[in-house]
Structures are given as C-alpha cells and as structure tokens.
Design a protein around this ligand. Structure first.
Ligand code: ATP
Ligand code: MG
Length: 188
C-alpha cells in the first residue's frame, strides 16, 4: 500500500484552506485541487510498503512522539513550488513553533531510517498543499491572485501524527487514516 505520515488538521483549518482554494480557483489555472477532507501536513512519505511493515513504523513514530509535547502552528502565506517560473504545487506555509516541527521531523527521519526507510534527500519545507498544477495555463493569474489574498493567521495544536494510506485516483488521491500516534512528552 502507498503510505505516508502526516499531521491531520482541525475542521476549522480545513475550512479556511477550502476558502482559499475557492478564491484561487477563480484564476482559471489548470490545477487539481486537493479534496478538502484530505488536507494534511506531510512529515514522511514511505511510498509502497507491505502492510505487515506498518506496525514497526507505528512503533518508531510512537517512540519518537514520546519526546514531544503538543505544539502550535499558525497558517502563514500562500506559496509555490518551484518559487519562480511555472508552479507545480500551490500551498499554504506555516509559522509558529516551526523549530519544534523541524526537530520532530528530524527525529522521525532518524527513527524510520533505523526501520529501513532512507531519509528524504530534499530539505524539509513544511507546507499544506492546496493543489497541484496539471496544465500550465493561467499560472500567472494564479500567482497574481495568490499575492492579493490574505491568509487568516489561524493557529492549531499539533497533538498527534497520523499514518495514511493513499489510493491514487485520476481525480486526485484518496487518503484513509490507518493509525494515530499521540505526542505525549513523559519528561518533566
Ligand atoms: P497525486 O500524486 O495523485 O497528485 P498526492 O500527491 O496527494 O496525489 P501521494 O502522491 O500519495 O498523493 O502523496 C501523499 C503525500 O505524500 C502528499 O502530501 C505528497 O505531497 C507527499 N509525497 C508524495 N510523494 C512524495 C515524495 N516522493 N517525497 C516526499 N513527499 C511525497
Ligand atoms: Mg503525489
């Protein structure tokens, strides 16, 4: 199964992201927008794994999560990958306790490496994907529209990590939650 680990988002945050999608949709670019129920913050993409490997991944995540307390992130600006030229991904960035998030990511990579999953080579750019560009038309209009919009500076608490199965469909991936691990710092 195709599998990844992510931070699930509260309804209130998904609602804001959906609103931003609506505003951006008006630019008429060839974007496949993420299903609103599917918004998430990816921490690790595993690719295809045999189902029997999941328990060891969950265990690795649990051990790591034990060293972290819940923390807070805030929606920031709309951004694009790549930053210049024809965009491929439209996303919302994050501010707040980013150092904690990066440390959590680093520790997870370390734990999954021990479980046999090599760390991501690309640097970690935490982001909430709104959509993926499929046709290069009107991407200038999309960039202009994004620059005009202001993202509500809403915050949310990261209290857990969720393993998802991803089923690729022509009209966009379908995600199903497989297991959730809570951030529960047991240190004083
Ligand atoms: P689609 O690929 O059909 O556009 P998707 O990207 O939403 O849909 P997946 O490809 O299964 O679905 O990806 C699941 C999550 O993992 C997404 O957040 C995606 O950005 C991320 N992801 C996918 N491939 C990689 C990769 N090679 N490295 C890092 N993250 C990835
Ligand atoms: Mg993908």
């Amino acid at each position: 199964m195709r599998c990844f680990l992510a931070v699930a988002l509260p309804e209130e945050i998904k609602e804001i992201l959906r609103g931003l999608q609506e505003e951006l949709r008006a630019a008429g670019a060839g974007v496949r927008w993420v299903r609103p129920e599917g918004f998430h913050l990816t921490l690790k993409f595993f690719g295809e794994i045999p189902e029997k490997k999941l328990p060891s991944l969950v265990q690795a995540a649990e051990q790591t999560a034990r060293d972290f307390e819940p923390f807070e992130l805030t929606l920031s600006e709309i951004g694009f990958f790549p930053e210049k030229g024809t965009p491929r991904v439209v996303w919302v960035g994050l501010s707040g306790e980013l150092e904690t998030l990066k440390e959590l990511h680093r520790r997870l990579e370390k734990a999954f490496k021990k479980t046999g999953f090599p760390p991501e080579k690309r640097p970690f750019h935490p982001h909430l994907t709104l959509g993926r560009v499929k046709e290069p038309q009107s991407t200038e209009a999309l960039r202009r529209r994004a620059a005009e919009l202001s993202v509500p500076g809403k915050s949310f608490r990261v209290e857990g990590l969720t393993f998802y199965r991803s089923k690729l469909r022509p009209d966009g991936a379908l995600y199903t939650a497989l297991a959730t691990v809570e951030l529960v710092c047991e240190r004083e």
